[in-house]
Design a protein around this ligand. Sequence first.
Ligand SMILES: NC(=O)c1ccc[n+]([C@@H]2O[C@H](COP(=O)([O-])OP(=O)(O)OC[C@H]3O[C@@H](n4cnc5c(N)ncnc54)[C@H](O)[C@@H]3O)[C@@H](O)[C@H]2O)c1
Length: 315
Amino acid sequence: MPKVAIVGSGFIGRGWAISFARAGHEVRMWDQTPAAADGARAYIAGVLADLSANDLLRGQTPDAVLARLVVCADLGEALADAAYVQESAPEKRDVKRDLFARMDALASADAVIASSTSALLPSTFTDHVAGRQRCIVVHPINPPYLVPAAEVVPAPWTSAETVEKTRAFLISAGHAPLVMKRELDGFIMNRMQGALLEEAFRLVADGYATVEDVDTGIRDGLALRWSFMGPFETIDLNAPGGVRDYAERYEGIYSNIFPQMLRRVDWSGEVMDTIEADRRKRLPAEGLVDRQVWRDRRLMALAAHKRKSDEEFGK
Ligand SMILES: NC(=O)c1ccc[n+]([C@@H]2O[C@H](COP(=O)([O-])OP(=O)(O)OC[C@H]3O[C@@H](n4cnc5c(N)ncnc54)[C@H](O)[C@@H]3O)[C@@H](O)[C@H]2O)c1
């Protein structure tokens, strides 16, 4: 199995480490702050126990997966022999620019070097790198060991071979890559999430719906299908003649709405007072951490359910 290096062992680096170690790779972790990589190993041990309880370790024991994690004292040691490098350092362009130059100098000639960046375009932090053709963005959704989708975003100079190697590697590790043809602000998922959030803010700001009604519409409505189908498959199945029939029947409804959706909403303006008051009434600030634990449990149960249903009903 090819070795994998994790550079930056915070929230996301730890998540990737779990996913790649579970897939059978030896994972070498490095962080600029030595305590962070050690802390990550202890944190991962706790998560592995939860994953095992939900049958999400592919039949392996937590100890077997944990044994594949190696904390390294320096960057060169972490990168030695790694076929795939996943950088998850802070979201600062200068930090990534510096790291990419150093990683390129230390990594094996044919290794892929990927960044977890949420929003930086790869062309803005890999342009100066000698081996820039092997640099790419692989953007996860947190936590990557429960959410398979990962956005693969090439810079203009990323080679087709790098894109293909990255795609194949992610699939073999149990991920579902979305491969962009070229870079774009927000990639794919934040653009779609942004469109939905902007409309949610607008509905509340203009007094048409409560905060809870918007959440109910997604949680107890649209998201039930979205948890196993995308929007295109959803509309393909929502008209007798498929996707074209859907557009012919229903585009009119949407084209009346879109002109009303062009005005930007200030998320931090007055509407935030309404949203925050509603959220804090339902969930006091001191309950946020417990509720995050609850969310992760629900996500684990959903991941287990989706895996079983994929097997039983087909994908
Ligand atoms: N948190 C999320 O939900 C999320 C989701 C997708 C992508 N991302 C992206 O992942 C990356 C990491 O985010 P995070 O949430 O894990 O942050 P984090 O603050 O939890 O972790 C960052 C880690 O990087 C270390 N670090 C700092 N400078 C470094 C350097 N020069 N070299 C190596 N390590 C260094 C820190 O010690 C820390 O452990 C960011 O680019 C972020 O945008 C985050």
